[in-house]
Design a protein around this ligand. Structure first.
Ligand code: ARG
Length: 564
């Protein structure tokens, strides 16, 4: 039974209005109640003061003698509902143990598609911490919307087209060679890219040459495309290693180059709809009316641009995936870019422009140079992941030197720590990267949640088999146990909230709450040494915590280990 739904149903019958008009909130912790209904909203319908309405409704519900409601209290214009603890505990635990993961799932999105565009690094350029954030936020949103029942489609919109490839080709031909690229892969490509920029400062002809090579690429020149493809393949090998370690998969790799043959149609359509105007030789869509700079569609040499490719991609995705929403996860510095071309789609007359969503996030700053990097300014992902794993291994060496599979556990915990840290605050906040904070097993960190999960695993292992059908739910009505029951019961709400706001941190905070509440429960209660009835009920609660933590971490894209 969904208590929230039930209460809403009762309220709507008493007030005689539709269920949508009823708001039922989860009150803050300071209020002793499980649900609260602000009566201000219905005051308009009933034309009466909210506190009088509240009093009135309370009396009516009291008269109904509903078994799962323990008490209703009027607090100003609020109606506070206190649930019957035993019934509540039974409902949550019974269902969770029965449905397992399905307990957390919905069918809201059944039959509908959501496209998610995330990670999307640039070929031959480093995969940096910004791309990491996009990857983990996008992956978490993919999991969250899947949990709602949507069919999610993830697309890696690789930056694999543009003048930077002209630059790379020029640089390779002048200062590179096959052997060195084969041996050093993406690092050599980066070196060549940096070299080009250094040299181009002195010699502007290089830029012209680079543009020529890009035009050749666009015109299908064999040598240009051969090199381009080679650079692509090399970069992808590196990117895929990172995705593998992060446990991230994409349904499609469709980079910017994929739209090369779909761009002319966009240009024609914009022309036909009289949206394209010439400006200093380039072709643009004027957005002055909307207080934005123009959206650039064609360069003066005929080359297409980043927005052109995004417009072509959106039209392609709408046609092929008929999305309910198309979500783009990038740093906030691309805000204007998305606002501009979303507007262009709107001006083209597509009403689905409103279903394009830019999910922006803040920057990652590092606590001063503690990260080793090979390239100077940019942090290489591989170094970052390796360092997290190394440091975790050291901690394990200290705390649990005899642990088997130390390397595997360190990989899970170290990488989990990075992901958790990235997802622990509202997206738009900057992330400060500090090893001490991220890997602190006692702080609000990934390792802390993982460790709590391990604790439940070893407890359950020690307990062996126990009765999961007949338990005394009264045992779970004390402060510490019931707090856990309630948090697990609220998990579904949190998933909905996270999806609505595109905010994975709502999940990470919630599982942190569960982990902290579990440790309080654990420190205040005996479990295995208790009398049979008590022991049994508490073990069942531990199993629920175990399932909730595991599922929560899974949604965030974090693997778990049973030992640590
Ligand atoms: N490649 C871009 C970058 O690294 C991100 C692409 C985001 N997706 C998109 N459809 N524009 O900044």
């Amino acid at each position: 039974m969904d208590f929230k739904k039930e209460i809403i149903k009762i309220l709507s019958e008493i007030i005689n209005c539709s269920e949508e008009k009823i708001l039922l909130e989860i009150p803050p912790e300071s209020v002793e109640a499980d649900f609260a209904c602000p009566c201000f909203r219905v005051a308009k319908i009933l034309k009466k003061a909210p506190n009088l309405i509240a009093q009135d409704i309370k009396e009516k519900i009291d008269g109904l003698k509903i078994d799962f409601i323990d008490a209703i209290k009027v607090d100003g214009g609020y109606l506070n509902f206190i649930l019957h603890k035993e019934i509540y505990a039974q409902e949550i635990i019974l269902n969770l143990l029965n449905d397992r993961e399905d307990f957390f799932k919905f069918d809201i999105g059944q039959g509908k598609n959501i496209v998610l565009d995330y990670s999307s690094p640039n070929i031959a350029k480093p995969f940096h911490v910004g791309h990491l954030r996009s990857t983990v936020i996008g992956n978490a949103l993919y999991n969250i919307f899947s949990c709602l029942g949507y069919n999610c489609v993830s697309i890696n919109h690789l930056g694999d087209w543009g003048t930077q490839f002209g630059k790379l080709i020029v640089s390779y031909k002048k200062w590179g060679n096959k052997k060195s690229v084969e041996e050093n892969g993406i690092n050599e490509l980066m070196r060549l890219y940096v070299k080009f920029h250094e040299e181009a400062k002195e010699n502007s002809e290089l830029d012209d040459l680079a543009r020529e090579w890009f035009v050749k690429m666009q015109n299908g020149d064999e040598e240009a495309l051969y090199l381009w493809k080679w650079f692509n393949d090399l970069s992808l090998v590196e990117f895929k290693k990172i995705y593998e370690r992060l446990g991230v998969k994409f349904d499609y790799y469709m980079g910017e180059s994929f739209y090369n043959d779909k761009m002319q149609a966009v240009v024609d359509e914009l022309k036909e709809k009289k949206l394209l105007v010439e400006s200093e030789g380039a072709m643009i869509v004027d957005l002055e009316k909307y207080k934005m700079p123009p959206c650039l569609i064609l360069r003066s040499d005929g080359g297409t641009l980043y927005p052109t490719r995004d417009i072509a991609a959106a039209i392609y995705r709408k046609k092929n995936f008929d999305f309910e929403k198309c979500i783009y996860v990038t740093a906030f510095d691309q805000k204007l870019h998305f606002e501009q071309w979303f507007k262009v789609i709107d001006l083209m007359g597509y009403d689905w422009a409103k279903n394009l969503v830019h999910v922006e996030f803040g920057l990652v700053s590092l606590d001063s140079g503690k990260l080793s990097t090979r390239s100077g300014h940019v942090i290489l992902m591989e170094d970052l992941l390796n360092e997290a794993v190394e440091k975790t291994k050291k901690i394990i060496d200290e705390k649990n030197p005899d642990l088997e599979n130390k390397n595997d556990v360190a990989e899970i915990v170290g990488i989990g720590a990075i992901i958790f840290n990235d997802l622990y605050n509202s997206r738009i906040k900057d992330v400060v990267f500090s090893w001490e904070k991220i890997l602190n097993f006692e702080g609000e960190t990934g390792p802390y949640v993982q460790y709590t999960y391990v604790r439940t695993c070893s407890l359950l292992k020690k307990a062996g088999d126990f009765d999961k059908k007949n338990l005394d739910y009264k045992v779970l009505t004390d402060e510490f146990s019931f707090k856990l029951v309630k948090l697990i019961g609220l998990f579904r709400e949190k998933i909905l909230d996270a999806a609505e706001k595109f905010e994975p941190y709502i999940i990470s905070r919630h599982i942190m709450n569960i982990a902290q509440a579990f440790n309080k429960f654990y420190n205040n209660n005996l479990i295995l040494d208790e009398a049979e009835e008590i022991k049994n009920a508490r073990l069942n609660l531990c199993l629920c915590v175990n399932l909730a933590l595991k599922f929560g971490l899974k949604i965030l894209g974090i693997k778990v280990s049973d030992v640590m």
